[in-house]
Structures are given as structure tokens and as C-alpha cells.
Design a protein around this ligand. Structure first.
Ligand code: NI
Length: 134
């Protein structure tokens, strides 16, 4: 069990009220847990901004009847084989497919991949999930 440090912070009452409301809505058991989650997320986002080794996933949803789109997505993924660990394809319904592309490597390179995927016309969704440092 890690040693816990105790800190105290001062903030405007209005900000605290908004934060407490958010803590309740998000289902955090305590303020401390909510603050820890915020700090961790900020640190992860910072890692992704600075570059360096990170891991995450890119989720894309598209209609597989659009053959040109399918080829473009395939092409891009082959070009970024150096940072793609795996990709999982799920047939959502008759028309729609969801792919979860798991990535690991340099943050800047992964951002390039995410941007390349986003640039494909006709995608229904493209979301980059920033994971913790690899
Ligand atoms: Ni499919």
C-alpha cells in the first residue's frame, strides 16, 4: 500500500460547489478520489502533449459498404504498423463496423495516425482514447 500524503487546498466556494456536484454526478465515493482522477488525467494528457512513449486506442465507426473508405482505413493502418499493436473489428449491425485500434509508441506519431484516420471522409466516429504512459 503506498504511503498517502495529505494536502489542503483553498478554492472559491462557488468552484467547490460545482466540483462537489460533479463528484456526486460522476459517482466518486469521495472528493479525494475525484481529485486523484483529475490529477492522473492531467498527467496523462501532459505526457501526450510532450511526446514520448504512450499507449491508447483509436475507436472508429463506419459503414462498410463504402469501399473507398475501407481501403483508405486499411492503407493508413498499414502505414502506421510501427505504433499499432492490434486492431479489433466488430460488426455492429448490417451496415456498421467498429474498429478498436490499440496503439503504443511515440505520442506525436500516434497523434498523426489519429489525424490521418479522422481525415477519411464518411467516418461516423473517430475517438482517440489517451491511456497512461506505456
Ligand atoms: Ni464489419
Amino acid at each position: 500500500m503506498p504511503t498517502l500524503a495529505r494536502i489542503s487546498i483553498s478554492l472559491e466556494e462557488e468552484l467547490l460547489e460545482k466540483f462537489d456536484r460533479r463528484v456526486r454526478e460522476d459517482g466518486f465515493p469521495t472528493r479525494s478520489e475525484a481529485v486523484k482522477a483529475l490529477i492522473r488525467r492531467a498527467l496523462v494528457e501532459n505526457e501526450w502533449e510532450r511526446g514520448g512513449p504512450v499507449a491508447g486506442t483509436v475507436v472508429i465507426v463506419y459503414d462498410h459498404h463504402k469501399h473507398d473508405l475501407l481501403h483508405q482505413l486499411m492503407h493508413i493502418q498499414h502505414d502506421y504498423g510501427d505504433v499499432i499493436i492490434s486492431s479489433q473489428h466488430v460488426h455492429l449491425d448490417h451496415d456498421n463496423c467498429m474498429e478498436t485500434v490499440t496503439v503504443r509508441g511515440d505520442a506525436a506519431r500516434i497523434r498523426q495516425l489519429a489525424a490521418a484516420l479522422k481525415s477519411v471522409k464518411g467516418l461516423k466516429q473517430q475517438t482517440l482514447v489517451m491511456g497512461a504512459t506505456a
